[in-house]
Design a protein around this ligand. Structure first.
Ligand code: ZN
Length: 179
């Protein structure tokens, strides 16, 4: 999977992160899926619009973001009404690299692009995109390429993955009370 954005949308995403600094700025990516991408065996997610969302996190907004379920519903309805699709989410990392945190990984769902902008001292300093792949109990973020509409690469896919194991307790075993 590859994500395509135009320079104007990348600018809007990065300006939103700068405006939210020193807190995290958040939003949704809307657009469409193009099933035959450049090499026919990959899907291209073509973003054509963003929606800025208020960060619903009550505390530590400089390190955490939360999307209110009502905002997800509102954006999904808007997408349905306009023939668009929710392609993913973006948020900013104030004074941290543009790579997913363990919290980002924990709360991520497959099927979406997660775009992260690093905002260093109030100025955008790189934007990357990530997708979740899941195995048994293992969640891994892999980088995806951000292509620029009209040609060129804005950000190559990160080669390092970010992974963690979130294992549910085996069924039939009580987590507490065992002597
Ligand atoms: Zn994050």
């Amino acid at each position: 999977m590859t994500l395509e954005l135009d320079e104007d949308l990348i600018g809007q995403i990065e300006r939103n992160g700068e405006a939210a600094y020193p807190e995290e700025g958040v939003g949704a990516l809307l657009g469409s899926l193009c099933e035959d991408g450049p090499d026919h065996d990959r899907t291209l997610a073509v973003a054509t619009k963003i929606e800025i969302i208020p960060n619903a996190q009550q505390q530590h907004r400089e390190r955490r973001y939360l999307v209110d379920p009502r905002d997800i519903l509102r954006i999904e309805r808007y997408a349905d009404a306009t023939g668009l699709r929710v392609l993913g989410w973006f948020h900013s990392h104030p004074d941290h690299p543009a790579a997913p945190s363990q919290t980002d990984l924990q709360f991520a769902w497959p099927g979406w692009s997660y775009v992260i902008s690093s905002i260093a001292r109030g100025h955008a300093h790189g934007t990357t995109s990530w997708r979740l792949s899941e195995g048994t109990g293992l969640k891994t973020f892999r980088g995806e390429t951000i292509l620029l509409r009209g040609g060129g690469i804005y950000a190559p896919a990160a080669t390092e993955a970010v992974a963690a194991i979130f294992q549910a307790p085996p069924s039939g075993v009580q987590p507490e009370g065992t002597p």
